[in-house]
Design a binder for this molecule. Sequence first.
Ligand code: IMP
Ligand code: MG
Length: 183
Amino acid sequence: MTDKLKVIIKERELKKRIKKLGEEISRDYRDKNPVLVGILNGSFIFLADLIREIKIPHRIDFVSVASYGSGKQTSGAVLVLKDLSINIEGKHVIIVEDIIDSGLTLNYIRNNLLTRSPKSLKIVTLLNKRSRRKIKIPLKYTGFFIPDEFVVGYGLDYDGNYRNLPYIAQLSDFISPAIPSGG
Ligand code: IMP
Ligand code: MG
């Protein structure tokens, strides 16, 4: 079965929105020397493009976690594969995420980083599947709200593939019929 791709956010829309986000961050973090923390692997392309739209001094770092769960569902239990290299105590930190789905993974990372006493801790996510949220997470910057469909491209993968696509596409073989809840 070949996967069918339907583009939902074009390359030029991504570029335009990310430029805006970069401008906002540059304005909000003037003289704050923030540390941008990318969540590997999904956020690497977004982070790379975002920082080129940030016109103030900043540093970057990465964390990598593995979420336990079956298939597309996260359980919230997280194993840290790569921790920060930078000491963020007293620093202004911005977590950079590709997509927030249930929110469980990011909630874990956020709480983990908060224990290290950053001066501030905010989140920027490229994509937000609001309807799927299981836990409330304060988001400072959101690129796009998207419907509850599985998407790939621009860093996001399905089984390790499709990260290279310069746009965000829906994997149409994932479109499943609506199932009434509670049944
Ligand atoms: P959460 O803990 O359920 O919020 O899971 C978030 C993580 O699952 C994201 O950082 C992505 O790596 C992955 N993810 C969630 N939805 C998608 C999707 O539609 N496409 C690709 N990866 C996704
Ligand atoms: Mg991710």
